[in-house]
Design a protein around this ligand. Structure first.
Ligand SMILES: [Zn+2]
Length: 627
């Protein structure tokens, strides 16, 4: 694929960043290298059949000064996120960093390791634990802590513990209230759409390089391995709760509804160390993540950080988190937490101040800049979240997607609007000329807007696809956020060469088997396509192990599910929950399950075919930059 150099406007914009920030301040580099023990002997972490799960040398190109195709601020962040290996950050606390998108932290207990956040994938977690055992001495894992309900903090758990040891009570897994519900629900009902959008957010399918992937801001890249989940055995509900784990005291602070719907932070009084989880990291985080998720509560987020300052700042010498590098020194940590608190407070208060003046979701992002006290702090810069999209999120949290203007309340769908607009502007050639003029002047936001109309009016227009790709590419080159760079560059790539199917394995049997019958039935409702069934019918599921029963009713355009019924249906299935999930995951067929004696049917067996035949399969590679 042909990738363009930076245009003059892009090179100029990127050079201007050098004057904006204090690149002479090397404190972060010192912190990110402090306590280095060793790194992996191999350049890659591999999985089954030698498949590369994580390439530790992928960002080795990020040396020296930034090329003009990468925003220098993002280049700096990428350099920091490329410093990988095992680090001892306190005599009893060790981290394996940048061998996945997130960090794994090991606490030395009296007899073994307490693992905080076993990364995203089984392969990277296993390799990280092995690295620590090799250099720090072999120890058993005696406990696991999941800081929050996002997959990059639990997905590798089967790489560090056996489920049998957890079930036998030998290895507790500690997690915040609501963990399982949110770990699963975020990934199921809207899962396919979220996975596709995540390809954009994380730039999956982009090659790394000065004109390609330059990290994700929050970390280098997500491991492309297998994701697992073992349910927690010990739930923390309230701030102030404490545990003693393998001789190590831990005090918890709840942070549900901040960076994740289920999240806590915790403090180690013996070590004067605070684990900030993902509430405070070395960037402005997402209020609404581009992949999609529930909007986060910005004011609540600021208040949690304020509470952390009150509870822990005075007695903290070391702060570490689930991403990025630690910091040392009570005064520095207090300053960092104070600026992080004020950052989220600023995004919240300023958005609403301007909204209350009548400005809208489309206007406020261009009206605000970070204030003087925050602008020069690298940890407040938008490498992952950005001020612009976070402002939109706060607006949406309080006021919704509508800007309040009646003219925008019932807009035409994109392709229909585009067709009319192209016609009104005098046809495709006139729109293309305007797009070219804007591109030549470096007016890329306008070029992208107008060319998008042309692409949606006529996706066969090769000149429009090419110029739109060139435009998005320059926007990517200028972006300070890793997420934005990925979004723009993947858009450019897909316009030029079509969609590269993601190599990331998102199917996750642990999620399937842990989602519970209720959520699974709701998901069937999402997949149900009424146009595919000839008429109404009912299926009753009697679960022989749980004693629960659920009636599925295909009617009124939905697949309703209810536990309220009279025990009759067109088809009655008696089965175990395990059989139900095997059927659902297409791990076993009906005949197999009948043969195993864990499923039986009474009534009209054709209704089972009707039910499964009515479920849509979702295309994981649906179109985004074209209609
Ligand atoms: Zn994370």
């Amino acid at each position: 694929m042909c990738k363009n150099p930076a245009t003059d406007p892009t090179a100029t914009a990127n050079r201007a960043v050098l004057d904006l920030l204090n690149f002479g301040d090397r404190q972060d580099f010192e912190d990110a290298s402090r306590g280095f023990v060793a790194t992996f002997e191999e350049d890659v972490i591999t999985g089954a059949e030698g498949k590369i799960v994580f390439d530790l040398k992928r960002y080795a190109f990020m040396q020296g000064a930034a090329p003009d195709t990468v925003n220098p601020s993002l280049w700096r962040q990428g350099q920091l996120n490329a410093i990988h290996g095992l680090f001892t950050i306190h005599p009893r606390i060790h981290q394996i960093r940048n061998a996945d998108i997130s960090n794994m932290t090991l606490i030395t207990g009296d007899t073994g390791w307490i693992v905080i956040d076993p990364l995203l994938t089984v392969e990277t977690a296993r390799a990280s634990l092995a690295l620590a055992n090799r250099h720090l001495g072999e120890r058993p894992v005696v406990a696991v802590i999941y800081t929050h309900s996002h997959a990059d903090h639990f997905g590798g758990v089967r790489g560090v513990v056996d489920q049998a040891d957890v079930a036998a009570g030998k290895v507790p897994i500690i997690a915040p209230d609501g963990f399982m519900e949110y770990a699963i629900s975020e990934n199921v009902l809207a899962g396919n759409a979220m996975n596709r959008r995540a390809q954009y957010q994380f730039g999956m399918g982009l090659d790394a390089g000065p004109r390609g992937h330059a990290g994700c801001g929050l970390g280098p890249a997500a491991g492309a391995g297998s994701i697992s989940l073992i349910p927690p055995t010990d739930t923390v509900y309230r701030t102030g709760e404490a545990r003693i784990v393998d001789g190590v005291e831990i005090e918890f602070q709840m942070a549900n509804g901040s960076e994740a719907p289920s999240e806590f932070m915790f403090y180690f009084p013996q070590f004067r160390a605070l684990c900030a989880s993902e509430v405070t990291t070395h960037n402005m985080h997402n209020i609404l993540t581009p992949r999609g998720a529930e909007i986060r509560n910005t004011l609540g987020w600021a208040k949690y950080i304020d509470e952390s300052i009150a509870l822990f700042a005075e007695r903290t010498d070391l702060i570490f988190a689930s991403h990025h590098w630690p910091q040392w020194g009570t005064e520095r940590i207090r300053g960092f937490l104070t600026r992080q608190r004020d950052l989220y407070r600023f995004i919240h208060d300023e958005t609403l101040r301007l909204a209350n003046h009548g400005h809208t979701i489309h206007e406020i992002p261009d009206m605000l800049e970070l204030p003087e006290g925050l602008r020069h702090d690298f940890a407040c810069r938008g490498y992952y979240g950005t001020l612009k999209h976070n402002i939109k999120a706060v607006y949406q949290f309080y006021l919704g997607w509508w800007d309040g203007n009646p003219s925008t309340y019932d807009c035409l769908p994109p392709a229909e609007s585009a067709t009319r607009l192209v016609r009104a502007m005098g046809g495709a050639d006139a729109v293309l000329a305007e797009g070219q003029r804007a591109y030549d002047e470096g007016d890329y936001r306008w070029a992208a807007e107008i060319l998008n109309k042309l692409v949606f009016a006529d996706p066969q227009n090769a000149a429009a696809l090419k110029l739109q790709a060139d435009t998005l590419e320059q926007m990517g080159y200028q972006a300070e956020a890793g997420t934005w760079r990925n979004i723009f560059l993947l858009g450019a790539q897909e316009l030029r060469e079509g969609i590269r199917p993601s190599t990331v394995n998102t199917s996750n049997p642990d999620v399937l088997f842990n989602m519970g019958v209720g959520m699974a039935l709701d998901f069937l409702g999402v997949k149900f396509n009424a146009a595919k069934v000839p008429g109404d019918f009912t299926v009753l599921l009697n679960f022989s192990d749980s004693g629960q029963s659920h009636l599925l009713a295909a009617q009124n355009g939905v697949l309703a599910n209810t536990t309220y019924h009279d025990g009759t249906a067109d088809l009655v299935l008696t089965l175990t929950e395990a059989a139900f999930f095997q059927l659902l995951g297409q791990i076993a067929g009906v005949e197999d399950l009948i043969g195993q004696g864990i499923l039986s049917m009474q009534g009209d067996a054709t209704k089972l075919g009707a039910l499964f035949g009515a479920l849509d399969a979702f295309d994981p590679n649906f179109a985004i930059v074209t209609p």
